[in-house]
Each structure stands twice: as C-alpha cells, then as structure tokens.
Design a protein around this ligand. Structure first.
Ligand code: DX5
Ligand code: ZN
Length: 221
C-alpha cells in the first residue's frame, strides 16, 4: 500500500499559515491534516471552517480535517462547504449523544461527497467502530490523547492498528486508509507501518525539522 504522510498544521505558526501550506506542498506532503479543537472535547481551541476555506485555494493536496469537537454533526456543513476532502469524527463524541449518532454523522459527511472517517482515542477499543466499517474511508487511531502536539507515542496502540487492518481485510476493504496520529517520528514510523497503518500524521516531527522535505521523506520511508 502507498504510504502517505499528513503533516499537522497544529504545529505551524497560525500567523503565517499560507506560507506553511505552500511549503508543505513543495516538501512532498500527501495530505494536510487540520486539527480542529473546540475547547470542550479537548481543552484547547484551534480553528473552524474559515481556516479550511482560506487554505483551500493554496494547495491541491487533500485536506484531512480531524474534528476534536462535541456535537460534530452540527459542523459538517461548514467544513464540507469550506473544501474538506475528508472529515474524521471521534467515536466518543458521537457515542455520548446516541448509539446511532456516529453512523448518522458519517452519512451526513458522505452526503456532501466528502470522505469520512472514525477516530478512536488510545483508551477506546477499535471494535467500537467495526459496526460502521461499511461507511468508512478512513480509520484514525490516536496514538496520544488528543489536544496537544509534541506528545510521546503510546506503543500499546500498535495492537489496535493491527486489529483495524485485520478487520478491514476481513470485510473486503483491504485498502482502507488507516491513519495514526500523535507522536509519530522517523524513528517509530516503521513499526507503525508494519502494524498496518498507511497514513502517518506528523506535527512536531515535520515542523520542528530543519529540512521539512527530508522529515516527510524519512517518515514515509
Ligand atoms: C493531537 C492532534 C495531532 C497532533 C500531532 O491532538 O490530533 O494531530 O497535532 O502532533 P505531533 O505529531 O506533534 O504528536
Ligand atoms: Zn490530529
């Protein structure tokens, strides 16, 4: 499977975001990972649909919008119309509303012609999202607790990545994108890929690197 690197703009300087987007494009990024935080599902607040709308004309790369927000259904319209290519929502945020809310949210995302994904935190079993595998374009396995960049990769999620890939194969979707987010570096990228992930998010490892193109290339391997 093709390995894709998705730099997270959470680690960029928001005052010069346009420059960062153009640079990521030139440095060989495969997707641009946009971390949306609402101050409730996670402590910090980052940005909303307006940011996605403003960066959309600056790159042809797919915009991978990771919604770390409560009540994600209420925001899908804004991100879809802003130009998101994929929108991922957290199992936990959905399940606390109702058992059908995750499926409804994924269907809503798809109704805009946007790809959809479901996210599980490090302490959430991936089996929770197996019932919606039929709808998914992506599974996002968090390898840190969401909220902050620059945290350390939690190795116990490797087993979950394996289970996510095995189940994808079992249900006839062997090429399903399995994305891993949090603490990814060039040093641990190989074990993450070996476990079955093919999309690697990297914030600090890309933005703190002196040579961003090399950092992306080293993670891709
Ligand atoms: C964490 C975010 C991640 C984060 C990754 O809440 O979802 O996308 O930016 O940053 P690093 O790669 O620094 O862990
Ligand atoms: Zn993220």
């Amino acid at each position: 499977m093709k390995i894709k690197v998705a730099p997270s703009i959470l680690s960029a300087n928001f005052a010069t975001m346009g420059e960062s987007i153009k640079k990521l494009d030139l440095c060989g990024a495969d997707l641009i990972h946009c971390d949306v935080m609402d101050g409730t599902f996670v402590e910090p607040i980052t940005f909303g649909g307006q940011m996605v709308k403003n960066i959309r004309p600056l790159t042809k790369l797919p915009l991978d919008v990771h919604l770390m927000i409560e009540h994600p259904k209420t925001q899908i319209k804004f991100f879809a119309e802003a130009g998101a290519d994929i929108i991922t929502v957290h199992f936990q945020a959905c399940n606390k509303i109702s058992p059908t809310y995750l499926r409804e949210t994924l269907e809503l995302i798809k109704s805009y012609g946007v790809k959809c994904g479901a996210v599980v935190n490090p302490d959430i079993d991936v089996e929770n999202i197996f019932p919606v595998y039929d709808l998914l374009d992506m599974v996002l396995i968090m390898s840190v607790f969401p909220g902050y960049g620059g945290q350390k990769f939690i190795p116990s999620v490797l087993d979950k990545i394996k289970k996510a890939r095995e189940y994808a194969i079992k249900v006839g979707k062997p090429e399903l994108d399995i994305e891993v987010d949090g603490g990814v570096t060039a040093d641990n990228a190989q074990i993450i890929k070996d476990a079955g992930a093919n999309v690697l998010v990297a914030g600090s490892a890309v933005f703190k690197a002196e040579d961003m193109a090399k950092a992306i290339k080293d993670i891709r391997g």
